[in-house]
Write a protein that binds this ligand. Structure first.
Ligand code: ADP
Ligand code: MG
Length: 611
C-alpha cells in the first residue's frame, strides 16, 4: 500500500513537471494522448472489466465533443454548462447503445455497437446540425479565472487533473463492490445471477461507465482543439483505440492507459508512414490476441506464474484445512414447507425433461434427489432457482409463488445453489468469489459511487471481515488470494459450497457435490452438509451415488425420465421395484449398484465422467 502511494506520488510529481521540458508541439501530442487514455479507460471498463464488447466508444467520444460544439456555438451556452450537458447527453446515448447488450453478447454485440458507431459517423457527416463534412468550428476557449486555457501548457494541467480523478474513480470502481460484480458477470453471468447480481442492470452500468469516460474525453477534446469534424470519430480511430486497449491489457485500467499513451506517441512518431503503421498495428494486435491475450499489463503476472511453477507455487503446497462446524440451532417441532414444486413440466422442444414433478421440502430437511443420467435432476434445480421457466406447474419458496422469479430475486430471498460443472469466477481470487456472494447491495445503490464514496469503503471493510470468517470456517484461508483454476478439484468444490453459504441462505441446492471427490473428501462433505443443515439451512442435494444419499438424507425423491417414480426414506426407495428397474435400465447398473456404502475414490471419479 505504502509503495503504491509512493509510486502514485512520484507519478503525480512527474506529471506536474512534464511540461517544463517539452516543446509546443510535443505538449499538444501529450494532450491528445491523455484524451485517448481517458477513452481507453472507459473502453477497458466496458470490455475488459465487464466483458461487454463495445465498439461504439469513438461514437461516445463524438457525441461528447459535438454536443459541446452544438451547445456553445448554436445555443450560446458557456463552455462549462455545455460540458455538463454534453456529458449528460453522452451518458443517455450510452444507455441506449447498451440496450442491445440485454439481448446479445460477444461478437454479436460487437457488430451491433460497431453498426451504431457507423450510423453516428454517417449522421454527423450529413446532418445540418453538425455542420456536415466541414464540422463545427469556433468553439470558445473554456474559461477559468486567472488561467488562460488557450495555452496548451495550461490546458495540460486541466487534462491531468480530470484524467487523474477519472482514473482514480475507475480504479475505485474496479476494486470495490460494483467492479467485483462486473468482473464476476464477465467471468460467468449465470453464476453471478445466482449470487444476486442483476445482470441486465450491470450490463447497462458497463455502458454507462464507458459513455461517461467517452463524454469526458469529448469535452476535453473540443476545449483543446475547438473544432470538431467527422474524421476524428472514424472507424479507423475506433480501431486504434481497440488496439490501445488490447495491447495495453484490457483487464487492467493502468494497462489501458499505458497502451493509449504508448500508441499515441508511436503513431505520432510514425506519422510519415501512416499506411504502413496501420498495417503494423494490425499485426501487433493479432499477435497480442494470440500470444498475450492479457496484454502488456498481464506480462508481470505471467512471469510470476512461470517463476512460481518452477519453484512449486505456495498455494499448490498449502493444505485444505478442516471445516469448522456452524453453531447448531434448535429445530422447531413443526416444520413448515419451505420449497414446494407442484406439477412442474419442462419441455425442451420435443423433449420433456420434467413431467408433472411435485415435491415438498420441509424446513430443516436434507432431501436427496437421485436418478439416472438425463432424468431431469439438474433441470429441476434450474427451474427452482429461476434459470428455466417451467412450461407448466408452479414453484413456491418460503410461502411465495416463485414460478416466474429471476435468479437474483430468488438469491435475495434466501436461495443458493452450486453447479454440477463448477462455475467459479475464474479471473477472481477465491476471496473475491466469496465477496461477490456476500455482497447483498442492490445495483441501484451505485449512486453511492457518485456522491458518497466513504459509504462504499465502509461496506467494503465489513464485507472483507465476513469473507475472512467464511474462508477460515471452510478451511480455505490459505487459498484466499489464489485463482480458483490453479487449485485441486476437491478444493474448488469446497469453494463453491463456501460461496453458496456466504449469504447464509434458507435453502441450499447442491448439484452433485461429491462428483470427483475422493473417499476422504466425501466424508468431509458429509460433515459439512450436516453442519449446514444443523445451522438452520435446508438442503436439497442431487446425488448420483446412493451411498452418500443413504448416510445423509432423511428423505429421497427418485426421478426417472423426468417423472417422480418414488419418494421416501433411502431404505424405502431402494427396495421399490420401479427404482430398481430404472437403474437396471440405465447402463450404469454395476457402477451405481444401489450400493449403500460410502463411495470410494474410484467410483467417485467414475461418476464424474459419467455425468
Ligand atoms: P440430469 O441432471 O438428471 O442428469 P438433466 O436435467 O441435465 O439431467 O437433463 C435432462 C434432460 O433434459 C436431458 O435429456 C438433457 O439433454 C435435456 N436438457 C437439459 N437442459 C436442456 C436444454 N437447455 N436444452 C435442451 N435439452 C436440455
Ligand atoms: Mg445433472
Amino acid at each position: 500500500m505504502r509503495s503504491r502511494l509512493t509510486a502514485a506520488g512520484v507519478l503525480a510529481a512527474a506529471a506536474w513537471a512534464l511540461p517544463y521540458g517539452l516543446g509546443g508541439y510535443t505538449i499538444h501530442v501529450v494532450n491528445i494522448a491523455l484524451i485517448y487514455a481517458l477513452l481507453a479507460v472507459g473502453m477497458g471498463l466496458a470490455m475488459g472489466i465487464s466483458g461487454q464488447i463495445n465498439l461504439a466508444q469513438v461514437a461516445f467520444f463524438g457525441v461528447g465533443a459535438y454536443a459541446v460544439a452544438i451547445f456553445t456555438t448554436q445555443y450560446g451556452h458557456g463552455f462549462w454548462v455545455s460540458a455538463a450537458l454534453a456529458v449528460l447527453t453522452t451518458v443517455v446515448v450510452g444507455m441506449f447503445v447498451g440496450i442491445p447488450a440485454l439481448r446479445m453478447q460477444s461478437h454479436y454485440l460487437g457488430i451491433v455497437t460497431l453498426g451504431l458507431a457507423l450510423g453516428f459517423i454517417n449522421w454527423v457527416t450529413n446532418a445540418h446540425l453538425t455542420g456536415g463534412a466541414d464540422g463545427i468550428s469556433g468553439i470558445p476557449v473554456p474559461t477559468l479565472p486567472g488561467v488562460d486555457l488557450s495555452s496548451e501548457y495550461l490546458y495540460y494541467y486541466l487534462e491531468v487533473v480530470v484524467f487523474g480523478l477519472a482514473l482514480l474513480f475507475g480504479l475505485f470502481v474496479v476494486h470495490t463492490s460494483l467492479g467485483r460484480r462486473l468482473r464476476a458477470m464477465r467471468d460467468d453471468a449465470l453464476a453471478a445471477g445466482a449470487m444476486g447480481a442483476e445482470i441486465p442492470l450491470l450490463r447497462m452500468t458497463a455502458f454507462l461507465l464507458a459513455s461517461l469516460y467517452g463524454g469526458l474525453a469529448g469535452v476535453l477534446y473540443s476545449g483543446l482543439i475547438r473544432y470538431v469534424a467527422p474524421e476524428t470519430f472514424s472507424i479507423g480511430n475506433m480501431f486504434i483505440l481497440l488496439a490501445m486497449v488490447v495491447i495495453g491489457g484490457r483487464r487492467s485500467l493502468v494497462g489501458c492507459v499505458v497502451g493509449a499513451i504508448g500508441l499515441t506517441l508511436v503513431r505520432e512518431w510514425l506519422s510519415d508512414f501512416s499506411t504502413y503503421a496501420q498495417l503494423g498495428y494490425g499485426v501487433v494486435v493479432v499477435l497480442m490476441v494470440v500470444f498475450a491475450p492479457t496484454g502488456l499489463a498481464g506480462v508481470p503476472a505471467r512471469v510470476r506464474d512461470q517463476f512460481e511453477r518452477r519453484r512449486g507455487s505456495r498455494s499448490s503446497r498449502a493444505e485444505l484445512r478442516p471445516f469448522t462446524p456452524y453453531d447448531a440451532v434448535e429445530r422447531p417441532s413443526s416444520q413448515p414447507v419451505l420449497l414446494s414444486v407442484e406439477g412442474v413440466t419442462k419441455q425442451f422442444r420435443g423433449l420433456r425433461a420434467l413431467d408433472a414433478v411435485s415435491l415438498a421440502v420441509r424446513q430443516g430437511e436434507i432431501r436427496g434427489v437421485v436418478g439416472p443420467n438425463g432424468s431431469g435432476k439438474t433441470t429441476l434445480f434450474n427451474v427452482i432457482s429461476g434459470f428455466y421457466r417451467a412450461s407448466a406447474g408452479s414453484v413456491g419458496f418460503a410461502g411465495v409463488d416463485t414460478t416466474t422469479s429471476r435468479p437474483y430475486t430468488l438469491s435475495l430471498a434466501g436461495l443458493a445453489r452450486t453447479f454440477q460443472n463448477l462455475r467459479l469466477f475464474g479471473q477472481l481470487t477465491v476471496r473475491e468469489n466469496i465477496l461477490v456472494a456476500l455482497d447483498r447491495t442492490r445495483t441501484r445503490a451505485i449512486w453511492q459511487y457518485a456522491i458518497w464514496q466513504p459509504g462504499v469503503l465502509a461496506r467494503e471493510r465489513r464485507l472483507r471481515g465476513r469473507a475472512d470468517d467464511i474462508l477460515e470456517r471452510f478451511g480455505l484461508a490459505d487459498f484466499a488470494e489464489a485463482a480458483p483454476a490453479s487449485l485441486a478439484y476437491g478444493i474448488q468444490r469446497r469453494i463453491e459450497i463456501a460461496r453458496a453459504m456466504a449469504s447464509r441462505p434458507r435453502l441450499l441446492l447442491l448439484d452433485e457435490p461429491a462428483a470427483g471427490l475422493n473417499g476422504e473428501e466425501v466424508q468431509q462433505l458429509i460433515r459439512i452438509v450436516r453442519s449446514i443443515r444443523d445451522s438452520g439451512t435446508t438442503v436439497v442435494l442431487i446425488e448420483h451415488n446412493m451411498g452418500l444419499v443413504m448416510s445423509l438424507c432423511e428423505k429421497v425423491t427418485v426421478l426417472s425420465s423426468g417423472k417422480v417414480i418414488a419418494e421416501g426414506t433411502p431404505q424405502e426407495v431402494v427396495s421399490t421395484p420401479e427404482v430398481v428397474e430404472a437403474y437396471l435400465g440405465d447402463s450404469d447398473l454395476g457402477e451405481i449398484g444401489l450400493d449403500t456404502s460410502p463411495p470410494n475414490e474410484q467410483t467417485g471419479r467414475a461418476k464424474e465422467v459419467s455425468s
